[in-house]
Design a protein around this ligand. Structure first.
Ligand code: ADP
Ligand code: ZN
Ligand code: ZN
Length: 759
């Protein structure tokens, strides 16, 4: 064969310079293309933040990729305006992970990038931080007398306010804080600088809010069961494709001890580790233990930190100055290089699912990130999600068990109290048995925990004469009476109004208050046990950043006899003085119209029962319910996860709920009920014809129907459910729907893939 000469007659194909594909943090699925001016060509690499013209404004987004010009260069592209970073804020690995999240959850990539980065880096408030330094404004000249102030500021009232605000904050503050949270304009601040009263400097302050925390005791020697589990995990972590391990260990079996050892071996090999926890504020003990094991190698990431604190922690991880990230949901995007292991603690916890766009599940993202990085993913829980448990049982994931508590104390005995048999008149807050058990612990100086997953005083206020119910103006839910504050409050949108003594409809004076909440239990306890020291822990008592920790510390110091709270007291606490746990009303979660109601109830009971008897004295648990025969309660009494899971899996097979099928919830919302209902019907018809055209038989369409809470924050809500065995087909249908389904203006379509709840 002779070689053909190169086709030298045709002009050489014009090699066009690549353009920048940019995603913006806006609720649109597509990305946008920009020409790269020559002076930015060197800096414009994938993963940097860029400023681009968008309409008549400028916006900050992420440069995702350098690509061929779209439409063979026929459209005229606008120019990139600026590149904000010297080094990419998103590594190629994280760009890829975010892209997966955007595709799988049908979310705008720009919103995924924003969720993956510390706050303030992209989005409306972003500005050039160069290498992520912060500007700090600091007073440099004092004005001790009032007359001096009058003289200096004259009529510059805002400057004086800014100056005095700075004084009140100890003389300095972050410029961004002054501008965004306190509303001082840049010109007011620079005015202070021009008067030589203050200076603005750019600095990188290392903050470590956990630095003051006491560190825990040294880690114990492993017992034989723990050794076996650890060896298996270490072996698996060194395989080329380590996959996922599901670790089921009863509360107190030493899962955390095993995580820490595993992370240590990963670090010793020079790689990094991420530990995800459901709620940092609720798990100070876990954080302490991680810190005492890894010291300054740990960065803690969670929503309670200020923006600056989060950026510090993030930068320390990205630069490899710290190699262990501990954090909540979004820490799954921690920028650690060379990831070796991700541990998801309490992997069943619903807080791993984000409730707004991007509606990602951190557990699923962790599994995918680990796979992309060749790292091991460990999912640990006393009560694994059915999704994880089933994959473990089928052998797709490794399944490991720690069956016993590590300390010599057995799991506590659980006794059910049938509230229907109680003789006392409602409200039945404490049954006779629970009351005398509490009295007994008080006499002995032992501590008790009481759980009620409902806050406020009364959750239902109605008129006995005309039937009026105090309801939210913009949600179809009843208002909860908060007695101490004297307010009726909506727990969904925070709308509130003053308490009332008479009915607004008929003027009747016989208002009825039902539905017991934690505030009422607290009052009741005070009356029953005037000598007891009672602490309440729920959203209403824990507004301050560290108040969880403070409450728990006082419990640990034995300054509290009875700790009362919502599910926030059920998680991860190791309080050795607690010998009694009482569940005031186990029916609260059981009666929710949701496919996870039984699962959530079992988890809650198992977790809170696990708080009892962790010290040297045995524990006892009372569960009050009107449904004592329910299998979620019966199996929780026996600490019998396997029976619960087997039965629950069975129950979900018939109606077809996860993990038997993949689920997507399509929500249509809008201000007018009929328009929402019509749009939901129209969407169904559109989907039906789409599926028919594609000859699709693998997707089942249910609904539309009003959501269980059919109005929220002034918007009516209808939904459609899509079920499928085939995740890929479901994904492509969802993406097509998001891009093409006709949604009337004023209405919104929200897609919730793998929903945690259908409320
Ligand atoms: P889990 O994370 O499964 O709830 P932890 O790791 O918190 O369990 O352990 C529960 C308690 O038991 C902790 O106080 C821990 O220090 C202790 N513990 C764990 N393993 C051992 C062991 N092998 N020997 C003695 N104590 C242990
Ligand atoms: Zn009335
Ligand atoms: Zn409301």
């Amino acid at each position: 064969m002779t070689e053909r000469p190169p086709d030298s007659n045709r002009p050489p194909k014009q090699l066009e310079a690549p353009v920048a594909r940019v995603s913006l943090p806006r609720p649109v699925l597509q990305s946008f293309h920009y020409r790269i001016p020559p002076d930015l060509a060197a800096a414009a690499v994938p993963g940097v933040r860029v400023v681009v013209p968008f309409g008549r404004r400028r916006e900050t987004g992420i440069l995702e990729a350098l690509v061929e010009p779209p439409n063979a260069g026929r459209t005229r592209l606008k120019d990139l305006h600026a590149v904000l970073d010297v080094r990419p804020v998103l590594s190629p690995d994280l760009l890829r992970l975010c892209r997966w999240v955007a595709d799988y959850y049908v979310a705008p990539a720009g919103l995924v990038y924003r969720a993956a980065l510390p706050p303030g880096l992209i989005g409306g408030a972003a500005r050039s931080h160069g290498e992520l330094r912060r500007q700090v404004i600091r007073i440099v000249a004092e004005l001790p007398t009032l007359t001096e102030r009058e003289r200096v500021f004259g009529r510059a009232r805002r400057q004086r306010e800014a100056y005095e605000t700075l004084e009140s904050m100890g003389g300095q503050a972050e410029v961004a804080h002054m501008e965004r949270q306190l509303g001082f304009s840049r010109s007011v601040l620079t005015g202070l600088v021009q008067r030589e009263l203050a200076e603005i400097t750019s600095e990188a302050i290392e903050r470590d809010p956990f630095a003051g925390l006491q560190t825990g005791p040294p880690q114990p020697e492993l017992n034989p069961a723990q050794v076996r589990v650890l060896e298996q995990l270490v072996r698996q972590a060194t395989e080329p494709d380590p996959g996922v391990a599901v670790l089921r260990g009863v509360t107190g079996s030493g899962k955390t001890v095993v995580y820490l050892r595993l992370m240590r071996t990963v670090l010793d090999r020079g790689r990094s580790a991420i530990l995800l926890v459901p709620e940092i504020a609720l798990t100070p003990q876990t954080v302490e233990r991680v810190r005492s094991e890894f010291g300054d190698d740990v960065a803690v990431l969670h929503s309670g930190l200020s923006d600056g604190e989060r950026r510090d922690a993030w930068a320390a991880l990205r630069d490899g100055r710290k190699r262990v990230a501990v954090g909540t949901r979004s820490a799954v995007f921690a920028p650690v290089p060379d990831l070796g292991v991700i541990v998801v603690d309490e992997e069943h916890d619903g807080s791993y699912k984000q409730g707004e766009t991007p509606r990602y599940h951190a557990r699923s993202v962790a599994v995918v990130r680990a796979r992309m990085a060749g790292a091991l993913c460990v999912l640990g829980s006393a009560t694994p999600s059915l999704e994880s448990w089933q994959l473990g049982r089928r052998g797709k994931w490794t399944s490991l068990v720690l069956p016993d508590r590590a300390t010599p104390h057995p799991l506590p005995e659980v006794e059910v109290v049938d509230l229907r048999e109680e003789q006392s008149p409602p409200p039945r807050i404490l049954s006779d048995r629970l009351k005398s058990a509490l009295a007994d612990r008080l006499v002995k100086g032992e501590q008790s925990i009481l759980l009620l997953n409902r806050r406020g005083h009364s959750t239902w206020v109605s008129c006995d004469e005309c039937g009026w119910v105090a309801a939210c103006e913009s949600c179809n839910v009843s208002l909860t009476w908060h007695r101490r504050r004297g307010r009726l409050v909506c727990h969904h949108c925070h709308y509130e109004q003053p308490s009332r003594e008479t009915c607004p409809e008929c003027g009747g004076a016989t208002l009825v208050f039902t539905g017991v909440g934690t505030e009422q239990v607290e009052r009741h306890l005070g009356e029953e046990f005037p000598e007891a020291r009672i602490a309440r822990m729920d959203v209403d008592t824990t507004g301050e950043k560290w108040s969880h920790r403070d409450i728990l510390e006082s419990v640990r110091r034995r300054e509290v006899d009875i700790l009362l709270g919502t599910q926030m007291i059920s998680k991860g606490l190791d309080l050795p003085g607690v010998t009694l746990v009482g569940v005031i009303d186990a029916d609260v979660g059981l009666n929710l119209p949701d496919f996870r109601a039984s699962e959530r109830t079992f988890q809650l009971l198992a977790q809170v029962a696990g708080r009892a008897g962790r010290g040297s004295l045995p524990g006892k648990v009372y569960v009050q319910t009107t449904r004592p025969a329910h299998f979620a309660i019966q199996t929780a009494l026996r600490h019998d996860f396997e029976s619960f899971a087997t039965r629950e899996l069975d129950d979900r097979a018939g109606p077809g709920y996860p993990p038997h099928v993949r689920l997507a919830n399509l929500l249509i919302t809008g201000p007018h009920e009929t328009a929402v209902a019509d749009a939901a019907e129209a969407l169904r018809a559109w989907l039906e014809s789409l599926l028919e055209r594609k000859g699709n038989t693998s997707i089942l369409l249910l609904g539309p129907a009003p959501c269980p809470i059919d109005r929220l924050r002034g918007r009516w809500r209808w939904h459609l459910l899509l079920k499928s065995d085939d995740a890929a087909i479901l994904g492509s249908v969802l993406r097509h729907t998001a891009g093409s389904a006709p949604i009337p203006s004023g209405l919104r379509l929200e897609i919730d893939r793998d929903p945690e709840s259908l409320l």
